[in-house]
Write a protein that binds this ligand. Sequence first.
Ligand code: GLN
Length: 468
Amino acid sequence: MSVRDIASQVASGDRSARSFVEESLAKAKDTEAYYALLHLTEERALARADEIDARIKNGETVGVLAGVPFVVKDNFLAFGAPTTAASKILENFSAPVQATVVEKLEQAGAICIGKSNLDAFAHGGSTENSAYGVTHNAVDMDKVAGGSSGGSAVVTALDVVPFALGSDTGGSIRQPASFNGVFGMKPTYGMSSRYGVVAMANSTDVMGCFARSAEDIALIESVMAGRDKKDMTTLPDYFKPTTDVKPGLKIGLIKETMTDDVDSEVREATSQYAEKLRSLGYTVDEVSLPSVKYALAIYYIVVPAEVSSNLARYDGVRYGRRAEGVKTLAELYARSREEGFVTENKRRIMIGSYVLSSGYFDAYYQQAQKARTVLINEFNELFESYDLLLTPTAPTPAFGIGENTSDPVKMYLSDVMTVPASLAGLPAISAPAGNSKSGLPIGVQLIGPMKSDALVIAVAGQVGGSHA
Ligand code: GLN
């Protein structure tokens, strides 16, 4: 059922919030084998549902999302369960406050029923880097869920909940959305608050959502959007959902994302999507974004640099797990970090520290930031002639569990289509675009200029797509 339908049934008293929450909790338990959820927030969710039902009985007004169950990626601070970021270092960490976007959704009446699995600290593209087990793809248990927000994508695809939250630093909402056949939206940088979400890379982190329709995405994003004085990078609320798209839209298909390296079925699905856009009366031309070929290299310098800085605070003293039986402070730091981080976290700390160190700062970090500016300028130039850009979301459908774990660079290649929009702060949605012959979902990505979130979502909604 859609977000809107649930909210209207609850508000009209046709069905209780409690019954929806109970249904979601039961589905969550039935689908435990997917390892999509790390914790349920059952007690708190049922109490909140009863509170909403009581208010409706009393004739009080309730929010636009009253009684709608949802799931939150476990790097968002939320009450009712620990916030682990799927890492051991935050194993028993209880949030002292809630993330602003979670608060906003709750104020609108939505009810968080659980926390979803992710790559530890959101470092990864398959949810295989979780310290608590691998999430399985919603369509094929032998395939990865994608990542890092794999758990949130899977619970949305399996209809455990009508929507789920994710964070997207380089593709962590869009890529798992494409692997599981749902919609996933990464808003413009700063459209909604990052406050209360475990930071990965501050210059690209954004909070967004998964849903089974573009309409639901628009509704959820409209509740989350807006200025937050606790996050000075947030923009004043500009997001106005619409279904009214101007005729004759011009869309550029980025040719560098349609080369022979890309899976042929993915290219085929993207071309078919382009045809659907044409049949809506839009122009789709091939365009070039030459710096796409540098995007991964830029991303894997800039992001580890920010990661190494953000993870410095986890020292075994201030947050979470503290190593036992140590004799010195240095040993306490070293052992807590050794035990608390997964290999991929350590790899990024090392790369980040390296590219920021004196002597290498100019050679790597500074160069990467310059190249990032070139990429941003290329995007801006394209947006002078085009309203939106189209690419596949990922070069392949979901790959096998274990297939890429021994080769980090192979794993990073899965991000090649999603990192450009992240580096430029642009809004981008992944929309379902059919299935491979073996039945695996394929997604395409629509990217717009900054603050064109409503257009991006509206066009994805016009094309629609096979709901999971
Ligand atoms: N897969 C990308 C990475 O590993 C994206 C992660 C994310 O967006 N959090 O960095």
